[in-house]
Design a protein around this ligand. Structure first.
Ligand SMILES: Cc1ncc(COP(=O)(O)O)c(C=O)c1O
Ligand SMILES: Nc1c(O)cccc1C(=O)C[C@H](N)C(=O)O
Length: 422
């Protein structure tokens, strides 16, 4: 492989040496016991937890109880007796611990896409009122490399609020924000390259202009410490089916900074965000606290599957997760350098730890080889994914990925590119 960090071939390319190193790293891994808490196949290397996390073993029994007893026997009583009604905030607090948010800042529900809409419109509304006859802040900035749904929704939010929208590369966002900016919407980790953006610095820079910032944490929640409260983030959204292993379509989360909650004017003020939902009043009076981000009836089965999935985190420290994540991605880059024929792929994931999330993306040459390469890798038991036109993505989930798997994945990639596609 060719990578920005080394113009030379890795000196150690002997599989025996790298396998031995992997075994030593696995033996010393502080998180190694966690893997047993997931349903995984020993003959498949699963490197797609950045798209859909693996199933935690505790989930099926918990769901069986929710369905059989809570729904089946208690029926309507479960809204109070089983804690269903308050589950979005209770589970939100559990997610909060993992992204550096104190209790009462996060609500779980809806999809990330829907929460992006709520957060961006609410942020624009927070900037209203200063201008003569209109809005002083009438610009929405969006990360130019954003996951598409954020861009689509921010554009629609702009149309609905009378703002203009501007897509700006994240590196230029601090300079681009100004007195007209209402809000900047930024991905914490780029879903394609795996680049980690500087949340503290960018939040401070956007705040210095008087604007708000919304962070999309889909690719960082559960992969690295985020520090939402510590860095004064205004609003954040994220999904729970990647590194948080909540299951396909698991509900997303919405963070609203404590002091902003009374000013959160939701564009989707459903009865669940009413101060007195069962009062059935004709007008909406917003609830205080994180409930301000709720809309309608929560999806209880998915929400409680997520609740059970979060049990694996009870004794986990995010700094240990981050340390292992960086060790896994470092080791993968070294193994790929050693095994992959020169010129076939180049890493587009930053080498600097401060700029790397928990995935590695390799750009294939020629681009047309990317889809076929990933299909062959999957056939040989290494599951990553392909993002068009030419990226091979490998996600590393510190709770269950082993260094032995990393070595096997890179070796198999080398075999596929060396043997099959030459
Ligand atoms: C960064 C990012 N934002 C948003 C989404 C979309 O989330 P959802 O489809 O759950 O609304 C995804 C993944 O699908 C994503 O990776
Ligand atoms: N949400 C997904 C889905 O419903 C099907 C397949 C993939 C996804 C994903 O999450 C994609 C992911 N956000 C990405 O980074 O590409």
């Amino acid at each position: 492989m060719s990578s920005p960090n080394c113009g030379r071939r890795e000196a150690v390319s002997d599989p025996g040496t790298l396998r031995g190193e992997a075994a030593a790293l696995d033996a010393a891994d502080a998180l190694r016991a966690k893997r047993a808490e997931f349903v995984l196949d020993d003959d498949t290397v699963y490197l797609d937890g950045n798209s859909l996390g693996a199933l935690p073993r505790a989930v099926p029994a918990r769901l069986a109880d929710v369905v059989g007893r809570e729904w089946g026997r208690l029926r309507i009583r479960s809204w109070s007796e089983s804690g269903w009604w308050t589950a979005p905030e209770r589970v939100g607090d559990r997610v909060g611990r993992l992204v550096g948010a104190g209790p009462g800042r996060i609500v779980v529900g809806d999809s990330t896409s829907v929460n992006v809409f709520k957060a961006v419109v609410a942020a624009v509304r927070m900037g209203e009122g200063a201008g003569a006859g209109g809005r002083a802040r009438d610009e929405i900035l969006v990360d130019a490399g954003t996951f598409p749904t954020d861009g689509y929704i921010a554009a629609s939010a702009a149309r609905l609020t009378g703002c203009r929208i501007r897509a700006v590369p994240v590196g230029d966002l601090a300079a681009a924000a100004g007195p007209r900016t209402a809000v900047a919407l930024v991905n914490h980790v780029d879903y394609r390259t795996g680049r980690l953006h500087d949340l503290p610095a960018l939040t401070a820079a956007v705040h210095a202009t008087g604007a708000r910032i919304v962070w999309d944490l889909c690719h960082s929640a559960g992969a690295l410490p985020v520090g939402l409260d510590a860095h004064g983030v205004d609003l954040a959204v994220g999904c729970t089916y990647k590194y948080l292993n909540g299951g396909p379509g698991a509900p997303a989360f919405l963070y609203v900074r404590r002091d902003l909650q009374p000013r959160f004017d939701s564009p989707l003020p459903g009865w669940n965000s009413h101060a007195d939902p069962f009062g059935m009043a004709p007008d909406h009076t917003p609830a205080g606290g994180p409930q301000c981000g709720r809309v309608g009836t929560p999806d209880i089965l998915s929400l409680l599957a997520l609740d059970a999935a979060l049990d694996v985190w009870e004794d986990v420290d995010l700094t240990a997760v981050r340390a292992k994540s960086l060790a896994l991605t470092d080791f993968f880059l070294r193994c790929a350098e050693a095994y992959v024929p020169a010129g076939r792929v180049v890493s587009v994931t930053p080498v600097a730890h401060a700029e790397r999330g928990s995935q590695v993306a390799l750009k294939a040459a020629p681009a047309e080889a990317a889809a076929g390469t990933m299909a062959e890798l999957v056939r040989r038991g290494v599951v990553g994914d392909h993002r068009p036109p030419d990226l091979l993505r490998f996600g590393f989930t510190p709770l269950y990925t082993t260094f032995g798997e990393v070595e096997r994945a890179a070796r198999t990639l080398g075999e596929v590119l060396g043997d099959v596609l030459t």
